[in-house]
Write a protein that binds this ligand. Structure first.
Ligand SMILES: Cc1cc2nc3c(=O)[nH]c(=O)nc-3n(C[C@H](O)[C@H](O)[C@H](O)COP(=O)(O)OP(=O)(O)OC[C@H]3O[C@@H](n4cnc5c(N)ncnc54)[C@H](O)[C@@H]3O)c2cc1C
Length: 308
């Protein structure tokens, strides 16, 4: 009889775990509170349809398994290499989703049973496995995979959750007047630590007379401004960017990533509690980036196969 696995979280870790389980012939159910899959590796449209990659900017493929997957996705047209002007020279190859970062998650989700807009409000261990409660329904699972950030996992799992710390990040999506000779800015001081010109990424559409940029505030600035109104944050970050580029601001919005960047001390791949039939995965158990999420999701599927 088919065992039912419920995966909470359709970020890249949860989707990778689901894909790997599906490849083994299983049919995991993936639940996510967001309107689309992708979690922190996603894209957002403004009210006029301009697209910004406001979470992850690019990703790397350092390990051989990731490199193989990236080659497949490149072949499928959902990722492409990115060589922005102004980036430091000694980095591994940078990849981006096309036509936006969210495209990769959409691609991974397309043949899976992924239910978005499904907020998991409680998970309870019982003799048969797990009872998973959402805002308007519930599911039973033999095994539960939690593929959500550490603080959110702790809120649902209590003492069954491993511990982890995360830093917040304010992101601003900025429209500037056209111009500029660089595509990325990396800063060690000041309000923002990173800024990227959207149009420099492959497959993006452009509009005459404007340049779209995504700006990420530093961890310190984000923490100090965590509870500030988004309008004020958008104003401050866009002004700092415009100043750095000598361009003018045409408009800006801000998004707060409360659980943006985990602090990973010891990479473990994933956390397994065999007695509880519980697996926890996500970037925070491997490395604080897309590649960490992908490899953690894969590790979760491998460990699940061992649990059976
Ligand atoms: C601003 C920013 C910039 C970044 N830049 C880069 C970069 O340039 N390069 C790079 O490699 N990485 C970058 N990262 C990190 C990268 O985005 C993450 O490492 C990766 O996307 C994490 O994937 P994940 O699946 O582990 O978690 P997530 O993407 O966080 O996925 C977790 C999912 O769980 C869902 N969820 C949470 N709670 C519940 C619940 N109760 N019920 C249902 N669903 C729930 C969420 O909606 C989410 O979709 C960046 C992250 C941020 C925030």
């Amino acid at each position: 009889m088919q065992r039912r696995v419920v995966i909470v979280g359709a970020g890249l870790a949860g989707l990778t775990c689901a894909q790997e389980l599906a490849a083994l012939g299983h049919a995991p159910l993936v639940l996510d509170k967001g309107r689309r899959p992708g979690g922190r590796s996603c894209s957002r449209k403004d009210e006029d349809g301009r697209t910004f990659d406001h979470g992850a900017q690019f990703f790397t493929a350092r390990d051989p398994w990731t490199a193989t997957r990236v080659a497949e996705w490149h072949e499928a047209g959902v990722v492409a290499p990115w060589q922005p002007r102004g980036a430091h020279a000694d980095h591994p190859e940078w990849w981006v989703g096309t036509p936006c970062m969210g495209a990769l998650a959409e691609h991974l989700a397309r043949e899976l049973d992924v239910r978005c807009s499904t907020h998991v409000t409680a998970v309870t261990k019982n003799e048969a496995g797990w009872h998973v409660e959402t805002r308007d329904s519930s599911f039973e699972a033999d095994t539960l995979v939690m593929a959500i950030p550490a603080p959110q996992a702790a809120a649902l799992l209590g003492e069954l959750a491993p511990t982890g710390d995360t830093d917040a990040c304010w992101a601003a999506m900025v429209r500037l007047s056209e111009g500029g000779a660089v595509d990325v800015l990396e800063r060690k001081e000041g309000p923002f630590s990173w800024a990227a010109r959207e149009a420099s990424k492959p497959g993006r559409s452009t509009r005459p007379g404007e340049d779209l940029w995504t700006v990420h505030a530093s961890a310190e600035w984000s923490q100090a401004h965590l509870e500030q109104p988004a309008e004020r944050v958008a104003h401050e970050l866009s002004a700092a960017l415009a100043d750095a580029l000598s361009q003018s601001v045409l408009g800006a919005q801000a998004h707060r990533w409360r659980y943006a960047k985990p602090r990973v001390d010891t990479p473990v791949g994933c956390h397994v509690d065999a007695d509880a039939k519980l697996i926890v995965c996500g970037d925070w158990l491997q490395s604080p980036r897309v590649e960490g999420a992908l490899t953690s999701g894969r590790a979760a599927a491998q460990r699940w196969a061992e649990l059976r």
